[in-house]
Design a protein around this ligand. Sequence first.
Ligand code: HEM
Length: 204
Amino acid sequence: MQAKPREVYVPPVLQDLRAGTAELHIALEKRLPFFSDALDVPAFKRLIQAYYGFYLPLESALRDSDAIPADFDLSPRLKAQTLHSDLKALGDCGAAIDSLPMCQRLPLIDSSATSLGVLYVLEGATLGGQILRREIASRLGLEAQNGAAFLDVYGAATGRRWREFIEYLGSRPMPTAEREAVVLAAQNTFSCFERWLDSREVLA
Ligand code: HEM
């Protein structure tokens, strides 16, 4: 485990998010095959295909929702394009990628609170990516240029971008009801993702 990125202040909403999603994170982490001896390049590709089938529709839903706060810059945090490039590097043609199954049961995004709950999960996943990146490089020889760019999507900026995200979260005035909506959306995001990955048969 790497050192925690430096955090100056843990806002109440982040405390609630951590308390509300820790178990879901552990459960999903246990079932993901990144550290499995059975993981080979074809299995890794199936996993990235399944990730793409979740991230693409979810990021589209975020973009189309009108729920993202006006002062939040979503575009530089979108990651489906990186997954698309990874799939190309792993040998899928554009037509094959376009015909991949897409998740239909996504977390509801109907407010700025729910959009931030979803974003917490998608942004937080970049932290674990730093561990997974090293594992996949040594286990499969895959790195940013040959199919595993998603695991290092923010590169050296990972810690800084996480801190910026949580600083943004903490800077928003958030009454209790809104904090609860953020946490519920984050929980739904974990649950929807796990259910989707399960249905794609890529989990242990
Ligand atoms: C085997 C896979 C995974 C491993 C080993 C892993 C590992 C980690 C680690 C070590 C951290 C803490 C990083 C730090 O504080 O420096 C973290 C944070 C986080 N991960 Fe994962 N992770 C995995 C998969 C995922 C997935 C699939 C998601 C969601 C789609 C996710 C969401 C999060 C979130 C939201 C946080 C932020 C928690 C917080 O500090 O508030 N992780 N992960």
